[in-house]
Design a binder for this molecule. Structure first.
Ligand SMILES: [Zn+2]
Length: 201
């Protein structure tokens, strides 16, 4: 049974749906917002509304974009022959920090996870295959996370993409296993990129 009524419970419920926010944190954030000055709470509400209204997915690589294409797809200096495939837009931030990559990206918007009922059809896999056909892609770097879901996704993509005739590579080992790309420091991730190996699938 819910302890609070109406809007307060609704706020706690919504906060509790955020990733990494459990019921206790949701309550704590809700109290904080209720005690906060109205302008502070309204600024947060406005930031959410504005971000949702003005930002969408890049129609080419599914990164976050303001407008049709993200800044990496708009940048003509980026090498269109190398595609770095990542799970989430935040992984692009991690790869960019290494200054080792000058190609383009493709964001899957998740990873294959049978437990959560996420298969390839829930990810931007078809769009990736289409891009390889339409664009001048020669190498696909599978930069999914070094955990079970990320490895499963990389193996699936390697089997799918190799017959198309592109070189498929995977980040070298050395990344902290079980973690997310975004937690790897830029030196380690940079080395893993540089030492990437062709996948045999
Ligand atoms: Zn893009």
């Amino acid at each position: 049974m819910d302890v609070y009524e109406g809007p307060v419970q609704a706020l706690i419920d919504e906060l509790g749906r955020l990733p990494g926010v459990g019921p206790k944190s949701a309550q704590r954030i809700a109290y904080y917002l209720l005690k906060a000055a109205p302008e502070d709470a309204n600024r947060l509400a406005a930031a959410i509304s504005e971000a949702k209204a003005s930002v969408s997915w890049c129609r080419r690589c599914f990164n976050i974009a303001q407008g049709e294409l993200c800044r990496f797809c708009r940048d003509e200096r980026r090498d269109p022959t190398v595609l770095c495939v990542v799970e989430e837009p935040r992984d692009i931030v991690a790869v960019e920090r290494t200054h080792e990559f000058r190609g383009r990206y493709h964001v899957l918007q998740g990873a294959i996870s049978p437990i959560e009922g996420i298969g390839p059809e829930q990810l931007r896999v078809q769009e990736l295959v289409r891009r390889i056909g339409d664009e001048e892609v020669q190498e696909v770097i599978l930069a999914t996370n070094p955990n079970i879901e990320g490895e499963a996704t990389a193996m699936y993509l390697a089997r799918l993409l190799k017959p198309i005739g592109v070189t498929v590579t995977r980040l070298a080992s050395g990344l902290p296993v079980g973690g997310d790309l975004e937690y790897a420091d830029e030196v380690t991730l940079g080395r893993a990129l540089e030492g990437r190996r062709e996948v045999d699938a």
